[in-house]
Design a protein around this ligand. Structure first.
Ligand code: DC
Length: 214
């Protein structure tokens, strides 16, 4: 059987990498893992148990217990959980435990699309294709703002923008596995692109990279 195909998709919060990754997985017949959910699951377990988020040993224990086959995406999508996930993700032992599980997921045939912050740099440095999806903070905040309004919620654009900037700073400035493009990643700046245009651009990059494999 041929080696599993791995597509790494990294980028900052609200860059659209999740939506793009799901579509790419369908397009190429691969499994999909949103690695952000694994960090969110650690944060959610601590919050649900009323435990602090700044205790490395507790967070590591919670990471060991995370079951990758049973993410409750609805509970994990809460805004507060995302922010808490960014906080527990700075602990190196938490990252080691989750990265090992992420690699195990990626290694099963026929392969997978993994999206996160450190897939191309740390989790799957030998991925067949690496994409780094980004957009300006203002564009990302605008998209998130419209999405919340579309779902009938209430949101303050300035607060969302400040939140995105704070999360970017924490994810990019942490010592262990900071968010940054791998040296061999293809940059996809979607600031001026529709979801469809970003999908087509990603497919062109992937088809070109996999051309030698198929
Ligand atoms: O992609 P997301 O918003 O669901 O991620 C939540 C947090 O989890 C993010 O702010 C940082 C952390 N994370 C990480 O450190 N490494 C990953 N591969 C994915 C997410």
């Amino acid at each position: 059987m041929s080696k599993p195909i791995v597509i790494a998709v990294d980028g900052p919060a609200a860059s659209g990498k999740g939506t793009l990754s799901r579509r790419l997985a369908t397009q190429y017949g691969l499994r999909h893992l949103d690695t952000g959910l694994s960090y969110r699951a650690v944060a959610q377990a601590l919050m649900a148990a009323g435990r602090p988020l700044d205790d490395e040993a507790l967070a590591t224990e919670a990471a060991r217990a995370v079951d990758f086959s049973a993410f409750d995406a609805a509970a994990l999508s809460a805004h507060a959980v995302g922010d808490a996930a960014s906080r527990v993700s700075v602990f190196p032992p938490v990252r080691r435990v989750l990265v090992e599980k992420q690699r195990a997921f990626a290694s099963q045939p026929p392969g997978a699309v993994l999206d996160g912050r450190d897939i191309g740099t740390v989790v799957c440095p030998h991925a067949d294709v690496k994409l780094y999806v980004t957009a300006s903070p203002a564009v990302r905040a605008g998209r998130r703002h419209r999405e919340i309004l579309r779902l009938g919620g209430q949101a303050d654009y300035a607060a969302i923008l400040a939140d995105i900037e704070r999360r970017d700073a924490r994810d990019m400035e942490r010592a262990d596995s900071p968010l940054r493009p791998a040296a061999d990643a293809h940059l996809l700046d979607t600031s001026q692109m529709s979801i469809e245009a970003a999908f087509l651009a990603a497919c062109a990059i992937i088809d070109d990279a996999l051309g030698g494999r198929n």
